[in-house]
Design a protein around this ligand. Structure first.
Ligand code: NAP
Length: 404
């Protein structure tokens, strides 16, 4: 019988036999979930003998939930995740015209999972488009709940758009074209401070060198500009003795930091797109508003081989959901063909979050070893010379063999 994981006053309590809910996901979800479960269970067994064990509990969302309950995202699923504190999910189809913009966005918003965390690091042997992928080791903290991404928008010529247009013309003397759709971008101090806190906490705990705030504050002064200002202010007021501000200590961000303090700096987003490509090793932890984070997490993942291998987590103050970052790839559904790497690496993040570090490391190492041996799924095999192509399930078996 499993036991509940608990979060008490911000501290996580993980029993030796935690119950963890999983959503297997749509399309390729069941294939990659089976592979992930096999690899995770073996890593846990190998590291702890029978002393620790995960009791998996299936919860439903997406097409499977709709088939079984007539609901794409049953209330019971959200309640179970809330009660169990930690969950893991495969990709979900976005039902078109069914009232949800995206099930993934809805889950993040309803559970207030405000930090989307995406560590990006190259695994030796993974084919990629840059010359020095080994220089990439960045973790993106993307604010998940607000910005232009929050879905406050109205269609051109709708009643609401007209109302807003009239109000803005009358009260602010600004003319918006009659045929314009309108979206609202909000960035609050509260949401900014909590995402920056998460990034700082991670940087300090993991001895990272820098935290870079990525923004377009030069143009959007009272949203992204304020985001930068509030990030600096929370760093100074809450982490003053553990940080150095690059502007105050020039060169500290370029390796001149000798005090082993975390250097806080900021970069304008367009410049940052080239910085992460040409000076990858100077960047470490990145924190940014929702839309910038959406672009950067995928762009940096591409540098190390793409989304098939990129893990992710959505973390709030009282719970966390770990997830594959790619979609449901419906054309490969049920073919036992695709790469389970993203979900497996997300599970490794989950084990680390639970402080089951040995199992997390074993899982990551066995995945890296399997790739190094040239035994990979189709997506990597087609880009590698002399690789042996494996099915999803065979890849999981190869990982298990590498744990011996
Ligand atoms: P996608 O499912 O990510 O697939 C696009 C392509 O990426 C696939 O055709 C495949 O490329 C490659 N790919 C994705 N996952 C792979 C894996 N595990 N191993 C190897 N290759 C992989 O994107 P999409 O076709 O745009 O979206 C399909 C559905 O997924 C939509 O309903 C979308 O809303 C949903 N979606 C969900 C999430 C989520 O749940 N977090 C995220 C994104 C999209 P090749 O064809 O080149 O082999």
């Amino acid at each position: 019988m499993g036991e509940l994981i608990k979060m008490v006053d911000g501290s996580l309590y993980v029993p030796t036999n935690p119950i963890i809910p999983f959503i297997e996901g749509d399309g390729i979800g069941p294939d990659i979930w089976r592979a992930t479960k096999m690899a995770v269970d073996q890593a846990v067994k190998k590291c702890y003998g029978g002393r620790k064990r995960i009791e998996w509990k299936e919860v439903f969302a997406g097409e499977k939930a709709y088939r079984l309950t007539g609901d794409w995202l049953p209330v019971g699923t959200l309640d179970t995740i809330r009660n169990h504190v930690i969950a893991i999910k495969g990709p979900l189809t976005t039902p078109i015209g069914k009232g949800f913009r995206s099930l993934n966005v809805t889950i993040r918003q309803l559970l207030d999972l405000y930090a989307c965390v995406r560590p990006v690091k190259w695994i030796e042997g993974v084919p990629c488009p840059v010359k020095h992928p080994e220089k990439v080791n960045m973790t993106v903290f993307r604010e998940n709940t607000e910005d232009i991404y929050a879905g406050m928008e109205w269609k051109a010529e709708s009643r609401q758009a007209k109302m807003l247009r009239d109000f803005i013309r009358e009260e602010l003397n600004i003319i918006i074209p009659q045929d314009a759709g309108i979206g609202i971008k909000t960035i609050s101090r509260t949401a900014t401070e909590r995402i920056m806190r998460k990034a700082l906490e991670y940087a300090v705990k993991n001895s990272r060198k820098t935290v870079t705030v990525v923004h377009k504050g030069n143009i959007m002064k009272y949203t992204e500009g304020s985001f930068v200002e509030w990030c600096y202010s929370v760093a100074q007021s809450e982490y003053g003795n553990k940080i150095t501000i690059e502007k105050e200590v020039p060169d500290s961000g370029q390796g001149g930091n000798t005090e082993e303090k975390v250097v806080i700096n900021d970069r304008i987003a367009d410049n940052m797109f080239q910085q992460v490509l040409v000076r990858s090793d100077e960047y470490d932890v990145l924190v940014m508003p929702n839309l910038n984070g959406d672009y950067f997490s995928d762009a940096i993942s591409a540098q190390v081989g793409g989304l098939g291998m990129a893990p992710g987590a959505n973390i709030g103050d009282s719970m966390a959901v770990f997830e594959a970052t790619h979609g449901t790839a419906p054309k490969y559904a049920g073919m036992d063909k695709v790469n389970p790497g993203s979900l497996i690496l997300s599970a490794a993040m989950m084990l680390e979050y639970m402080e089951w570090k040995e199992a997390s490391v074993l899982l990551k190492n066995s995945l890296a070893d399997t790739i190094k041996q040239g035994t990979v799924t189709y997506d990597l095999a087609r880009q590698m010379r002399h690789a042996t192509e494996l099915k999803t399930s065979e890849f999981a078996h190869a990982m298990v063999a590498n744990m011996e």
